[in-house]
Design a protein around this ligand. Sequence first.
Ligand code: ADP
Ligand code: MG
Length: 343
Amino acid sequence: MAEEKRTEINDLGEFGLIKRISEKFTNQNPSTVFGIGDDAAVMDCGDEYKLVSTDMLLEGVHFDLSYAPLTHLGFKAVAVNVSDIAAMNGIPEQITVSIGISNRFSLQAVEALYEGVKFACEAYKVDLVGGDTTSSQAGLVISVTAVGRVAKDKITYRNGASNSDILCVTGDLGGAFIGLQVLEREKQVFLENPGMQPELEKYDYLVKRQLKADARMDIVHELADFDVKPTAMIDISDGLASESFHLCEQSRLGVAIYEDKLPIAKATYDTAVEFNIDPITCALNGGEDYELLFTIKQDDFEKIKNHPDIATIGYMHEETKGRKFITKNENMIDLKAQGWKHF
Ligand code: ADP
Ligand code: MG
């Protein structure tokens, strides 16, 4: 038998790997409306669509227990899945929570984790309906699956944008990334001088952005109230540039994003400068903000233009025009996506 050449996962990247996996499968059930490739899977259940999304958080990769309180972590594990349901314009209803824990954890620790899960259940009006519990040899693992629903004519995929649709984003960007830099720095300071208390008050907003991720279900409800159905939508887990590329790829369009329209909180801007990091790079490539990135028809612009928490940052154009970034001094340059690399 000829020996197959070994391919490093690193060379494929996360998206390349998922593509390789998904290529080997074809759906067999007519109820499977959309499988791999969007924020949640879509299933036909008669009058409506069911949505399912799953995400796993690993200690040492996604969180560091030396600064992430377990309660926050429990909340975040649910929020990131609710965010994926929100990105389909859906309403979450149930979650399952699976944990892998080592004997390093006490009952109190697990209870703290589930206190966060409970806060999230209350905040997003979802029910914990199951899960799995196993022992783990290497750190804490939390895997959450969220189930939601959406009316068939309200679903928003990543592939629904049209030429000249307006690109919108909720909240502000780059804060979670800068929050992580602050936490990492304070951790180093603490390791070198255990007597010193971390200086976090000044960075309160940023630390919250990192540790207390919040899914934008409020926006899903408000858009419905304004009678605006996004043409395409995705949540920002990896960074604005990378997520906008997903909208481009799946909608077969290009994009133009304006530097001076990027929503950046003052705390993010100031702290990025303090860390010698370009605030614009943070807004474009910082991950874990869990804001919604979506496109709307030009006709809907009037309905959202005064919304304090929605910024219009650009527009979609023909694919041949490329993925562009328009700087403050009106230079048009290629938009680059760094994204998050877990491998
Ligand atoms: P998100 O950032 O929105 O959570 P991901 O980038 O994790 O999305 O995943 C993109 C798509 O690939 C989703 O449809 C997801 O369900 C699917 N996917 C990710 N990992 C796997 C896997 N190991 N097997 C099958 N599908 C996967
Ligand atoms: Mg997503």
